[in-house]
Design a protein around this ligand. Structure first.
Ligand SMILES: C[S@@+](CC[C@H](N)C(=O)[O-])C[C@H]1O[C@@H](n2cnc3c(N)ncnc32)[C@H](O)[C@@H]1O
Length: 292
């Protein structure tokens, strides 16, 4: 299905949200997992896909290990961002903006302080699917939750402010699993908007995959493992045009940035990654930034 901007159709890039949700569901099913996302499997099982994606370790079975490696990396990535966002919220940051939220269920699954608002930005079709699944269960968000249907390639600031976002209050932003899908220009505009809408003391967490990481993931089993499950080859959705490093973009805008690789975060959480993950997706960078 092709992307139809402004419509409720599920765009091709929206299907990537099912892949990360599947990985989170498997990570949740792992003993001693770093992430507990009981919504992920529900989303994946409701997904309109040609062949269901796995949601448990048993369903992955004897596959080539791709799913377990992806789940382990996603577990580390999710947990690192969970801890960063909760830390900011507990320090009094009352607005959280999930840029390309996909099927992120943090509004429901994290113990947010009272008066936290989570804004979820994504394509209309992705948010409509998500809402349908949530409405079919008895899910109650812990934070105040606002869905903001936009295309990040457009001017999304008016929709965010119309949803109640206040640029005079501190914000914690998250861009997780997003940058490879953006052109360098859209990415630059997005960081510019984030900066412009951020009061001093705001936070940003960003997953950034340097070009060599994208190339390594591309060369591994991503294509074969997903073949048949999606009617889209996710690798064709990645924009590999050269661009400045995300950390440099943020520093250039006056943010203080700390960089940790997925491999380093995994060691910090005592869950070292398998070498097959460590030299591909695990080499992604998890950035933590503050506007002083
Ligand atoms: C791999 S998923 C990650 C979702 C979520 N952040 C997570 O980690 O579970 C990528 C998401 O980016 C969204 N996306 C990609 N390009 C976008 C754009 N131009 N505007 C809005 N959303 C976009 C897709 O719809 C999809 O939900």
């Amino acid at each position: 299905m092709s992307a139809r901007k402004g419509s409720g159709a599920l765009p091709g890039v929206g299907r990537t949200a099912f892949v990360v949700a599947a990985a989170r569901a498997i990570a949740t099913d792992r003993p001693d997992g770093l992430v507990e996302d009981r919504f992920a499997g529900r989303f994946v099982r409701a997904a309109p896909l040609p062949k269901p994606l796995p949601t448990t370790v048993a369903e992955v079975g004897a596959e080539d290990g791709f799913w377990l490696r992806l789940a382990d990396y996603q577990g580390v990535r999710s947990r690192a961002f969970d801890d960063g966002l909760l830390g900011a919220a507990r320090a009094g940051v009352g607005q959280v903006v999930l840029l390309a939220a996909g099927l992120d269920a943090r509004a429901y699954r994290l113990p947010w302080p009272p008066d936290t608002t989570v804004f979820e930005l994504d394509h209309p079709g992705v948010l409509a699917f998500k809402q349908r699944v949530l409405d079919g269960g008895v899910a109650v968000p812990i934070a105040r939750r606002r869905s903001v249907a936009i295309d990040l390639a457009d001017d999304w600031e008016p929709a965010l402010t119309a949803a109640g976002f206040d640029p005079d209050r501190r914000t914690a932003w998250l861009a997780e699993g997003l940058l490879p899908y953006l052109s360098p220009e859209v990415e630059e505009r997005m960081f510019g908007t984030v900066d412009r809408l951020s009061a001093p003391g705001s936070h940003a967490a960003v997953e950034a995959a340097p070009a060599e990481v994208i190339a390594a993931v591309r060369a591994r089993s991503l294509g074969p493992a997903l073949r048949g499950h999606l009617d889209t080859d996710v690798r064709e959705l990645w924009n590999t045009e050269p661009r400045p490093a995300a950390a440099d973009r943020l520093r250039g805008l006056g943010w203080e940035v700390e960089v940790e690789s997925g491999v380093e975060a995994a060691v910090r959480y005592h869950r070292p990654l398998d070498p097959g993950a460590a030299d591909s997706m695990g080499a992604s960078l998890l950035l933590t930034a503050r506007l002083i």
